[in-house]
Design a protein around this ligand. Structure first.
Ligand code: FES
Ligand code: FES
Length: 163
């Protein structure tokens, strides 16, 4: 029997930069981002898909980075909180989170911001209930969620006023 391959060469685009590495077959995407690329803004909480702390974007879709293997990201585009912050894409949300005190320890915040931006992009008319539903997979142990939902509502309302 042929032994299973335990390392793979991958090339992906992370925050607009092409990256090539040899990775272990069992290494998940967020561990790869944190350990190999020192992009530590994506956090690891539960590591089984429940808390949303590891949320990143792959080919434009939000995913749980702890549920995707690094090797599965081969050939794909990955955007992390670092890249999305640097590009200014999250600036309205970041300002609203700050203004509304929507973060305390900040552990959930990168995942929360990426999930919220996904909602704003895809559901610009979202109700408060829709916001809550969209964030239901992102856990926050500190804020009680109220201020987070307020902040997202602010951004949606400001955009609506501009249209
Ligand atoms: S660390 Fe990935 S969902 Fe919790
Ligand atoms: S601000 Fe602490 S977990 Fe959300």
């Amino acid at each position: 029997m042929t032994p299973a391959q335990d390392t793979f060469d991958i090339t992906l685009t992370v925050n607009g930069v092409s990256v090539s590495r040899r990775v272990e077959a069992r290494q998940h995407l967020v561990e790869f981002l944190r350990e190999e690329l020192e992009l530590t803004g994506s956090h690891l909480g539960c590591e089984h898909g429940a808390c949303g702390a590891c949320t990143v974007r792959v080919n434009g879709e939000i995913v749980r980075g702890c549920l995707m293997l690094a090797v599965q990201a081969d050939g794909r585009r990955v955007d992390t909180i670092e890249g999305l912050s640097d590009s200014g894409e999250l600036s309205e949300l970041q300002e609203a989170f700050h203004r509304r005190n929507a973060l305390q320890c900040g552990f959930c915040t990168p995942g929360m911001l990426i999930a919220a931006q996904d909602l704003i992009a895809n559901h610009p008319g979202a109700s408060r209930e829709r916001i809550r539903e969209h964030l239901s997979g992102n856990y926050c142990r500190c804020t009680g969620y109220q201020a987070i939902v307020d902040a997202i509502e602010d951004v949606l309302a400001a955009r609506w006023m501009k249209t």
